[in-house]
Design a protein. Structure first.
Lengths: 148, 495
């Protein structure tokens, strides 16, 4: 058991975000009137509402206990890293190398050790992606570094 | 109506539509069976692919994924106590004990026949209600639309929610994200911080995939492979006796009634319906203590409810253009991609669309029942595929799906960022589905609210003077008051 940091931090972050958005929008966009609402009306109103709700979530959490839940940092880093690497490489290295590289990064935290199944999986997924997106859907993405 | 049905048959049986319908229900069952990827992620993944096919085929396919996943979701719930989809979570309460008692076959049969009953009766409700509501909707003004959407959001956040404050915060965050981009009335760039890529707002597909696809993958990499192998289920074990059939049908019908009602209301969808129908069964049972220990009603009612709700959820989506739940929001997105704006006029302007969908529901559900009973062994063996073989491919498909929308790698970076936020939100038990609902409804609410206030010369009383709007606003206020009252009650009962 530990203090309910999830609601405390989550609610706090939402409250801060709401206040920030309300302040920024209030400074930059015209609020207008009830009859003729300006572009600032919604962001300011919603930002303040979010700040209030965030506080309602965060404040009682200070005195509440909850069970700790695992935070899968390696898994999150691998999945997000795979997406970012794919985004950066797909138009430079092409679909084939980009896919294989991203799959290899994504499999890093998977439970079973061994390089062979990772390579096999990368190969299988790459062929699948090539068949679906290039052969079947004819998307305009370069296949290889030299076809870019 | 007969003409419509004929037109629908012609649309739904057209080979190009039929194939996508069958593909949709098959894929839906598949992702429903697999824990770790649900209908939400699959539909957002398929959304970009619908550019390449006709709008009828697209809608029929996405709908097939949705109700197909309801059939599949029960399989993992019953056999592993791991809900394949959130809608089937409640099924595991009694389905899993049944499987432990050696009644896995009966539990699976119950879930399928109840799903089928719920869907088929749900189709009838859809046809009747849609016609009626489309007439009524022609009388709707801007204030009524805004009030109805506000009720939808409030209902989604408060009904059946453990923490209405957290749910409402997600709705408001969604509404705020919906503000990003060009303001339609004045052309002001709002909250774009100079990024040209954000001028059209956050891409719906990127948001849905980040919140559901990516964050579900992260949460399941470690979790999903930690279950034992499922037991074997044979077709012959599934067939019930006459007495068992008589035990299944009444709760399935009650579940259908609950599901049809809450599905058709904007804001409450199939997940809430399944929980409410389970609660109803337990309340009216002669021996409520049987629940949680393998009561057959505890499988029949929620499965009927979630399937009928997934059909009747199309009522507000198609007749009012207001998506009742986040999955309907994606369906609406698919239609808008094709330049079709659902609303009261759609039934008259595009009857083949509506009736084609209705007929495809019938065909798809029949197909699911006929296919799934004998093929149950195959679906069960799917549960043996380790998640680590699947998720790298899911990630790449997410990337290419998002990229295909407008060929922008900026959107891929967005997906990674939204995925990180989505994972943190899920970890802190904030419901990302409500965020998406707010995001989709936000711009619609803003446009209607501004129009209503302009017409009423800035007098907010218009929301209580128009009878339709007043009903919605009073209902929304009532829901808020009720959840406030419950929260105070909970605090006082605590020592």
């Amino acid at each position: 058991m530990q203090r309910d940091y999830y609601d405390l931090l989550g609610g706090g972050a939402l409250a801060a975000l709401g206040l920030g958005v309300a302040a920024y929008s209030g400074a930059h966009y015209d609020f207008g009137t009830l009859r003729q609402m300006g572009p600032g009306f919604f962001p300011v109103g919603l930002g303040l509402l979010l700040a209030g709700l965030g506080l309602i979530v965060a404040v009682p959490a200070w005195r509440r206990q909850t069970e700790a839940r695992p935070f899968d940092l390696p898994e999150a880093a691998a999945a997000l890293g795979a997406i970012l690497v794919f985004a950066l490489t797909m138009n430079r290295l092409g679909l084939i190398l980009g896919t294989a590289l991203a799959v290899l990064i994504a499999t890093l935290p998977a439970a079973r050790p061994g390089a062979l199944w990772r390579l096999v999986l990368a190969g299988v997924v790459t062929v699948l992606v090539w068949l679906v997106f290039k052969v079947a859907l004819a998307m305009t993405i370069p296949l290889w570094p030299w076809s870019a | 109506m007969f003409d419509g049905l004929m037109q629908g048959l012609a649309t739904a049986l057209h080979p190009s539509v039929l194939i996508y319908s069958l593909f949709g229900v098959f894929l839906g069952t598949f992702v429903g069976v697999l824990p770790g990827i649900g209908a939400m992620a699959t539909i957002s993944l398929l959304l970009p692919l619908t550019y390449y096919i006709s709008p009828e085929a697209a809608l029929v396919m996405l709908a097939g994924v949705y109700y197909g996943s309801q059939y599949g979701g029960a399989v993992a719930s019953i056999l592993l106590r791991l809900p394949g989809t959130p809608q089937s979570a409640v099924t595991s309460l009694d389905g899993y004990p049944m499987a432990r008692d050696g009644r896995a076959g009966l539990a699976l049969f119950t879930s399928m026949i109840s799903s089928f009953t719920g869907s088929m009766l749900g189709i009838l409700v859809l046809v009747v209600l849609a016609g009626w509501l489309a007439d009524l909707a022609t009388k709707f003004g801007a204030a009524d639309y805004a009030a109805m959407m506000i009720l939808g959001l409030v209902a989604a956040a408060t009904v059946g929610s453990d923490s209405p404050a957290k749910s409402l915060a997600m709705v408001v965050l969604g509404l705020l994200l919906g503000c990003i981009g060009t303001d339609v009335n004045t052309g002001t760039q709002r909250l774009t911080f100079g990024w040209a890529e954000l001028m059209d707002g956050i891409n719906l597909v990127a948001l849905a995939m980040g919140l559901f696809g990516v964050s579900e993958v992260i949460a399941n990499i470690r979790k999903a492979d930690r279950h034992g192998p499922p037991g074997k289920v044979k077709f012959r074990q599934m067939l019930p006796t006459g007495a068992q059939m008589r035990q299944i049908i009444p709760p399935a019908l009650r579940g259908t009634a609950v599901g049809s009602f809450f599905g058709a209301l904007p804001g409450t969808g199939s997940t809430i319906s399944s929980f409410l129908s389970y609660a109803l069964e337990r309340r009216i049972a002669r021996q409520p203590e049987r629940f949680g220990h393998g009561a057959i009603e505890g499988v029949a009612a929620p499965e009927a409810a979630n399937n009928s709700a997934s059909i009747t959820a199309f009522v507000p989506t198609l007749t009012l253009g207001i998506p009742g739940d986040p999955i309907m929001a994606l369906m609406l997105g698919a239609l808008i991609i094709h330049g079709i704006q659902p609303g009261p006029m759609m039934l008259e302007a595009r009857p083949e669309m509506f009736w084609g969908l209705v007929v495809s529901f019938g065909i798809g559900n029949l197909f699911l029942l006929i296919l799934n009973l004998p093929l149950i062994g195959i679906w069960v063996s799917m549960l043996r595929i380790p998640f680590r073989w699947l998720y790298p491919a899911i990630l790449i498909f997410v990337c290419l799906g998002v990229y295909s929308v407008r060929g922008s790698t900026f959107d891929l970076v967005m997906v990674a960022g939204i995925g990180a936020v989505g994972y943190l939100l899920a970890l802190a038990r904030f419901n990302p589905a409500l965020l998406l609902l707010g995001f989709v409804l936000g711009p619609l609410i803003e446009v209607n609210l501004r129009r209503a206030m302009l017409i009423a010369r800035g007098d907010p009383m218009v929301f209580l003077e128009r009878p339709i709007a007043a009903v919605f606003i009073i209902a929304a206020a009532g829901l808020l008051a009720m959840s406030l009252w419950q929260a105070i009650g909970r605090r006082q009962s605590r020592p």
